[in-house]
Design a protein around this ligand. Structure first.
Ligand code: PHE
Length: 351
């Protein structure tokens, strides 16, 4: 009764497979019954050849049937083990479709970035292109080309963070963190022929103690216009329009004489206080002065023009530079510049 034997063999195999605890046990059972070399079913198959011809078909059919049952049992157990593993990994978790979704936090621009963009946008309305330049600068661009040679007393106006020169510490080419955006006047003029109309926002560095209105790292915006027949009236017009676009159409603007080595004449610009309009002696914005100092400016010095190869008889122009944080404080009502850089989201998220 070889057929009977085979059925029992298959029964045993199916039971063993169903009880396999893991993949390894399952594989061992597969080899034991279906393995090519010593698998029990393979042995049975080999035996077919030795049977008398009359018994071959029945026996062959029994072998095949046994094989099929074992294969099916293997497949089933494989799937069951995989499902058990997934369930275990999920720790029995289920999706709870009734849970409210997690809140998506939408980011936004930092108030300083907003102000930089606003400045660029306003000057763009007057034909100024925004360009940027290096924060690590040569002494030449930051000072010398701006009529501030070594030893010039005006250097003290810009407390400087010097940087050891990685290109061999050549003391004749000192590096620094730019103390203002004015070096970009030179870089732009070196690269372009007039007419020039650019605005340059960017980070600056000064060796300075921090307080409510000063940071050692801060942003400035620089403006430069060079053309034939530009005058101080053009400078005034541009800054007047800027003040009114930023702070409203009633703004007045005050020019007072000032000194910068790279402009002549030079001026300091102030806006009339948009908060108290000069009427509140205790005003928190202007300190009761009625005016808010905003920028330095002037007509570009002929020596500066000559240095970049412009003919000062044909071309002249104006430049201005002011602090971005200052504008941002005025725009947002921030009482302290340090609030911008503490990066406390409870503060920054208001804007
Ligand atoms: N760079 C000057 C400063 O930082 C401001 C300035 C810019 C003055 C352009 C005149 C012209 O104080």
């Amino acid at each position: 009764m070889p057929g009977e034997e085979l059925r029992e063999l298959a029964n045993r195999a199916v039971a063993e497979i169903a009880g396999a605890a893991d993949d390894a046990a399952l594989e061992a059972a597969r080899v034991k019954y279906l393995g090519r070399k010593e698998g029990a079913l393979s042995e049975a198959t080999k035996r077919i050849a030795k049977l008398p011809p009359g018994e071959k078909p029945a026996y062959g059919a029994a072998v095949n049937e046994g094989k099929l049952r074992i294969e099916r049992a293997l497949e089933e157990r494989t799937r069951a083990l995989r499902e058990a593993r997934v369930a275990r990994d999920l720790g029995g978790e289920r999706e709870d479709m009734s849970l409210p979704p997690r809140r998506v936090r939408v980011g936004r621009l930092h108030p300083i970035s907003q102000t930089v963009r606003e400045v660029s946008r306003v000057f763009a309305t007057m034909g100024f292109e925004t360009v940027e330049g290096p924060e690590i600068e040569w002494d030449y661009y930051n000072f010398e080309a701006l009529n501030i040679p070594p030893g010039h007393p005006a250097r003290e106006k810009w407390q400087t963070l010097w940087i050891s020169n990685p290109l061999g510490d050549d003391p004749s080419r000192p590096l620094l963190g730019r103390t203002h955006t004015s070096p970009m006047q030179i870089r732009v003029m070196e690269q372009r022929r007039p007419p020039v109309r650019v605005v340059i926002p960017g980070r600056c560095y000064r060796y300075e103690a921090t307080d409510a209105i000063r940071e050692s790292i801060f942003f400035q915006y620089e403006g430069l216009a060079i053309d034939e027949k530009l005058t101080m009236a053009d400078l005034k017009g541009v800054l007047f329009s800027f003040a009114r676009q930023i702070f409203g159409s009633d703004r007045k603007i005050r020019f007072r004489i000032d000194y910068f080595p790279f402009t002549e004449p030079s001026a300091e610009i102030a806006f009339d206080c948009f908060s108290c309009e000069g009427r509140d002696p205790e005003c928190r914005v202007c300190g009761g002065d009625g005016w808010i100092e905003a920028a330095g400016c002037g007509m570009v010095h002929p020596d500066v023009l000559r240095r970049v190869g412009y003919d000062p008889k044909r071309y002249q122009g104006f430049a201005f530079g002011g602090g971005i944080e200052r504008l941002a404080m005025l725009r947002t009502g921030a009482p302290d510049i340090r609030l911008f850089y503490q990066n406390d989201l409870r503060y920054l998220e208001q804007f």
